[in-house]
Design a protein around this ligand. Structure first.
Ligand code: ZN
Length: 119
């Protein structure tokens, strides 16, 4: 149980780091969009510039919330489902395995067994 809690924290941190990256990506693309736009639009009135900025911010907020929702779903799956439990033998899947493959549903030995019977 302790290991799973640790894994969850690890995944949550990963998710946060991912979120941070996404936000950086988005603001970077907005910055380049803005500078490109400003080169050709130096005479634009302040009002339209403000509108433009608001539009971009709205877009950014939309992307953020969509992404946050997706990441939230991942964390919820970890909390509510039988996450980290082998679906065949009900043993806890080693944390190292889950870290390498967060979507794993079989422990290492059941996975090996499955692969052997499949081939
Ligand atoms: Zn198993």
């Amino acid at each position: 149980m302790l290991a799973r809690a640790k894994l969850k924290t690890g995944l949550e941190l990963k998710v946060l780091a991912q979120q941070h990256e996404i936000i950086q990506d988005v603001s970077r693309s907005i910055r380049s969009l803005r500078s490109r736009e400003l080169v050709g639009a130096r005479d634009f009135a302040d009002a339209s510039e403000t509108n433009y900025q608001q539009g971009l911010e709205l877009q950014l907020a939309e992307i953020r919330s969509r992404e946050a929702q997706r990441l939230e779903t991942t964390i919820q799956a970890i909390e509510t489902e039988q996450y980290g439990i082998c679906r065949k033998c009900q043993a806890e899947i080693p944390v190292k395995r889950l870290e390498a493959m967060p979507s794993a549903t079989l422990c290492t030995s059941c996975q090996t067994e499955e692969e052997e019977t499949a081939s």
